[in-house]
Design a protein around this ligand. Structure first.
Ligand code: NAD
Ligand code: TYD
Length: 346
């Protein structure tokens, strides 16, 4: 396989921007970043690479076959991040998730087939398995039981990748990563939301009793894993990418408050997310056998993340002054007004 140009979709988002920075630093590839710039896309995430001669940004929708077809003919490999990515927004408006995560993925695959690209690395998610019950740890062989509109849309996108492999021999590889944390994550997601609210002495809205469990993968470790899969992943195979950093939400919130030296009285228990998955837990032996392991344990990953938000206030202040304000009010206004304080719920 000879890669000269990589088409990255969704590269203006959280993981995509970190991955583009990683690719630019570690390879001499040309990179085309196709991103629609939805509320979650932010070109400030890529300020440090925008003038590099090997980097090109194109604003466009992965569901637009014309734009995708044109760019695909210049690409040897594709790394597809573009998606609607937030569970709570999928509960409000599932249709846009179908449009991008299912239909958009199809458009990319079809164009990749026509252009005969050499590698198509698709970023799926651990959420396709649904929730782990008890000690259950998912392997790549486990069935899909998605429970949120987001997870179901991601499952639909991934299934098409497998179909294109089996039917047309398209050289796909699939990543199923755990919850990422790190720089440039839009603050609708739990860790940046809690961190920024704590910095601002605002309440931290914890769903239900805060006992749901997630595995926290530092975004740089994830980028290393994706680099490995792009070059060494077996065609047609899916790979779990977990860090074995499982914590429940209360443990996460308490660790953030401790790092920022803020009181636990900022915690509020609010009405739960409907269909809230209790736990995501994966066995990642398959990618570890290829030679990957994460460098950050939970504390190191969280410390670096919290530190980044502490020192990059202008980045999140701009976000909080825009669309995010209405979203926050819609999502949290009533629920926070009705919330239980920490001591009472404890
Ligand atoms: P994000 O929401 O931060 O970024 C998504 C990017 O995709 C944005 O830049 C947005 O503008 C772009 N986009 C959305 N719709 C588009 C469209 N129709 N056409 C072109 N671009 C479009 O998401 P993220 O957290 O960086 O996640 C990246 C990928 O990784 C997603 O596929 C997500 O499902 C998956 N994933 C994320 C996590 C996580 O913890 N963040 C975990 C597992 C899997
Ligand atoms: P999130 O970052 O939305 O990721 P996902 O639901 O895709 O795993 O949420 C992580 C966990 O934090 C999840 O159990 C839901 C919970 N959560 C809260 O308790 N409060 C919040 O305000 C948010 C956004 C999430």
């Amino acid at each position: 396989m000879t890669i000269r140009t990589v088409l990255v979709t969704g590269g203006a988002g959280f993981i995509g921007s970190n991955f583009i920075r990683h690719l630019m630093a570690n390879h001499d590839y040309n990179i085309i970043n196709l991103d629609k710039l939805t509320y979650a896309g932010n070109l400030e995430n890529l300020k440090d690479v925008e003038d590099n001669a090997r980097y090109r940004f194109v604003q466009g929708d992965i569901g637009d076959a014309e734009v995708v077809g044109e760019l695909m003919s210049d690409a040897d490999a594709v790394v597809s991040f573009a998606a609607e990515s937030h569970v709570d927004r999928s509960i409000e408006d599932p249709g846009t998730f179908i449009q991008t995560d299912v239909y958009g993925t199809f458009v990319l695959l079809e164009a990749a087939r026509q252009a005969q690209v050499e590698r198509f690395l698709h970023i799926s998610t651990d959420e396709v398995y649904g929730q782990s019950i008890g000690d259950q740890r998912f392997t790549e062989e486990d069935p899909f039981r998605p429970r949120s509109p987001y997870a179901a849309s991601k499952a639909g996108g991934e299934l098409q990748c497998h179909a294109f492999r089996a039917t047309y021999g398209l050289p796909v590889v699939i990543a199923r990563p755990a919850n990422n944390i790190g720089p440039y994550q839009y603050p609708e997601k739990a860790v940046p939301l809690f961190t920024i609210n704590a910095i601002e002495d605002e309440p931290l809205p914890v769903y239900g009793k805060g006992l749901q469990i997630r595995d926290r993968l530092y975004v740089d470790d994830h980028c290393q894993a994706l680099d490995l899969l792009l070059h060494k992943g077996e065609l047609g195979e899916a790979y779990n990418i977990g860090a074995d950093n499982e914590r429940n939400n209360i443990e996460v919130v308490e660790a953030i408050l401790e790092m920022l030296e803020k009181p636990k009285s900022l915690i509020r228990f609010i009405e739960d997310r409907p269909g809230h998955d209790e736990r995501y837990s994966m066995n990642s032996q398959k990618i570890r056998a290829l030679g990957w392991s994460p460098e950050h344990d939970f504390e190191a990953a969280l410390e670096k993340t919290v530190e980044w938000y502490k020192t990059n206030r202008p980045w999140w202040e701009r976000i909080r002054s825009g669309e995010y304000r209405d979203y926050y009010e819609r999502m949290y206004g009533r629920r926070l007004a009705e919330a239980k304080p920490y001591e009472e719920a404890g």
